[in-house]
Design a protein around this ligand. Structure first.
Ligand SMILES: Nc1ncnc2c1ncn2[C@@H]1O[C@H](COP(=O)(O)OP(=O)(O)O)[C@@H](O)[C@H]1O
Ligand SMILES: [Mg+2]
Length: 294
């Protein structure tokens, strides 16, 4: 189990971390979510001793993280760390060697991961010759080559197309299913809702919501009401509802969590011909906006 607690870090006037903490458990995937500048990268870097924290603890299985523990960690940094001129396979294998693998094991594992990530055949290409998505996969292979117990991925989905996101999430899920502890960051809150079981949402260096996705969404003060009418110009003013979007005939409202969906449906049907209706827990981006009041 990875436990970050009470993390604090200032850069001059800028407060990067202001008491944030997050816990990641074996076999589970934590989404560490929040807008740009919230402190995600700083917190993740602290796991690898790359940030001199002002306060806070970083523990793995109850002990302060040290260099020996880090050999069993895999890290995909936000500023991708591969050497552009070096060949993909050689580089991944070399990173495995740095984490203590034998030459044979590193070569075998490199080959297996490149194949699993769809990079077989690219092993002898230089990193700089790969597309953005393939560089991302090579970076993932580099963080996985030594089969780490803890996987820390900083914005692994950024810049990937939908197929790339699916491929990346499948690998992440696979590692968690094999018992690894996984934490990844993302500034795209709704993109990752189906990928992780647990979330910690950070804003300005503080955690504003944390728990299982279902808890965080389910205990939010509002529900999300979606309505569309066959005729988009229908006038309907539902009670106790805040309109958050009205686009292409689809209206989305936030309503109190104890509101009665049937009453809204009845009201909508009285206003016009309803072509779509949904009443559900808010999305993570909506939970976030409500929690921080912006
Ligand atoms: N090395 C640094 N020097 C100065 N400011 C920094 C440094 N690293 C991060 N920051 C600042 O700390 C805040 C948090 O940054 P970061 O952890 O990168 O957030 P996130 O990854 O959530 O986007 C930002 O305001 C950022 O500009
Ligand atoms: Mg970041």
């Amino acid at each position: 189990m990875l436990e970050l607690a009470g993390l604090a870090k200032r850069y001059g006037e800028v407060v990067a971390l202001d008491g944030a903490g997050v816990v990641a458990r074996p076999g589970r995937i934590v989404g560490f979510l929040g807008p740009n500048g919230a402190g995600k990268t700083t917190a993740m870097r602290s796991v690898f001793g790359l940030v001199a924290l002002d306060a806070g603890t970083v523990a793995w299985n109850g002990r302060q993280v040290d260099a020996a523990a880090r050999l069993r960690f895999g890290y995909m940094p936000e500023q991708r760390g591969l050497y552009p001129k070096m060949r993909v396979g050689a580089q991944v294998a070399w990173l495995g060697r740095l984490r203590g693998m034998s030459r044979t094991d590193a070569a075998r594992s490199t080959e297996a991961w490149l194949e699993r990530l769809g990079l077989d055949g690219r092993s002898n290409d230089r990193v700089e010759a790969l597309s953005h998505g393939n560089q991302q996969r090579a970076q993932l292979a580099a963080s996985l080559v030594h089969d780490p117990d803890l996987l820390v991925l900083d914005e692994p989905f950024s810049g990937l197309d939908p197929m790339g996101v699916d491929a990346m999430s499948e690998v992440i899920r696979g590692r968690a299913a094999e018992g690894a502890t996984v934490i990844f960051s993302s500034h795209q809150l709704d993109l990752v809702q189906d990928i992780c079981q647990d979330v910690a949402i950070i804003d300005r260096g503080r955690i504003v919501a944390a728990g299982t996705i279902d808890d965080v969404r389910g205990t939010a003060p509002s529900r999300r009401l979606e309505v569309s009418f066959t005729d988009p110009s229908v006038r309907w003013d539902p009670p106790n509802a805040r309109l958050i979007r009205d686009r292409n005939g689809l209206r989305i409202y936030m309503v109190p969590r104890d509101a009665d969906p049937a009453a809204y449906l009845t009201g909508a049907m009285a206003a016009g011909v309803v072509s779509g209706f949904a009443f559900e827990a808010p999305r993570l981006s909506e939970v976030f906006r409500e929690a921080v009041g912006r």
